[in-house]
Ligand binder design. Structure first.
Ligand code: 13P
Ligand code: SF4
Length: 302
């Protein structure tokens, strides 16, 4: 059955001149089928430059929306339209407008995990791979408002020494991990290097050797002579880690470390959307143009 689906998806991809893009948190069978698997920054860059006619985005809504903002002439579709990011939904454009009124001279840095409307209200976007460079690009006499992830915001404040006001959003999947769990894992695997995502709580990051984006974790493991790692991010990344580094050992930091939204995409709904071309991503042009500026400014500095 799944062989038939894979064959159908490949055939439709040729017919449509489509490209399948997938985030590292996607199910292994989707990662294996994709033309491009990456972190948020790699996917945004790829979407901006692809010459395919159709982008089939296997990730969550804000990622597909960023692809549409960067490549408006392309048809961008998602297997499952309900695959959203709860953290991105923790701030609206209206809330950000109100916050900006209280800080009229501040610059707004928005994590790419945000709606098109929030990007449109922001000065510059960042992902977890380039957030430090983005913050460092803001003039030092400028106050920074950071939305929506408080954990990434606190991490950036500590890394850059800048004063950053953080919106109180968080990723339910990463915020769930406790310092106690990391201590237990370290006690069980004392030789292991601990790599966590900066969406984790500050006290979790304190116990890690490094806090890195998903792409950053892969690069770190590639360069490291270490054999054993404790991984503090969504389990989907294990598929890439185990495939690329079969001689190394990976322990997940938290049981059921799963983003339920990322897992809504399946081979079945991927095949269906490639058949019907439903679930199209649309962004109103006035919002898109302003959101594009925030994304473009980010892509130009990193
Ligand atoms: P990356 O940019 O590190 O892939 O992270 C995306 C994300 O949603 C993390 O929860
Ligand atoms: Fe959003 Fe968290 Fe899922 Fe990433 S892991 S898409 S931040 S809910």
């Amino acid at each position: 059955m799944s062989d038939n689906l894979v064959e159908f998806i490949k055939k439709r991809k040729e017919e449509l001149n489509a490209v399948i893009m997938a985030h590292f948190y996607q199910r292994p069978e989707i990662q294996d089928l994709a033309d491009m698997v990456g972190d948020s920054l790699q996917l945004a860059r790829y979407a901006a430059n692809t010459d395919a006619s159709v982008i089939v985005f296997c990730g969550v809504n804000f990622m597909a929306e960023s692809a549409k903002i960067l490549s408006p002439e392309k048809l961008v579709i998602m297997p499952e339209p309900e695959a959203g990011c709860p953290m991105a939904d923790m701030i609206t454009g209206e809330e950000l407008r109100e916050w900006k009124k209280a800080h009229p001279r501040a610059q707004v840095v928005c994590y790419v995990n945000s709606s098109a409307e929030v990007k449109a209200e922001s000065d510059i976007c960042c992902t977890s791979s380039n957030a430090i460079q983005v913050v460092n690009s803001i003039p030092s006499d400028c106050q920074i408002l950071f939305v929506p992830d408080q954990n990434l915001g606190h991490f950036l404040a500590r890394k850059t020494g800048r004063q950053i006001e953080c919106w109180p959003g968080y990723c339910p999947t990463h915020h769930n991990v406790t310092a106690e769990e990391i201590r237990e894992q370290k006690a069980r695997h004392p030789e292991a290097i601990v790599l966590v995502h900066p969406e984790c709580r500050p006290e979790v990051i304190d116990l890690a050797d490094e806090a890195l984006s998903t792409g950053g974790i892969l690069k770190y493991v590639e360069k490291s002579p270490a054999r054993e790692f404790i991984i503090g991010t969504e389990m989907g990344l294990l598929h890439q880690l185990q495939t690329r580094f079969p001689d190394k050992v990976f322990h997940i930091a938290h049981e059921e470390f799963i983003c339920p939204n990322m897992k809504l995409n399946t081979l079945e709904n991927l095949a269906r959307v490639m058949d019907t071309l439903e679930n199209r991503i649309e962004v109103p042009e006035d919002v898109r143009v302003r959101a594009y500026r925030s994304l473009e400014r980010m892509l130009n500095i990193s």
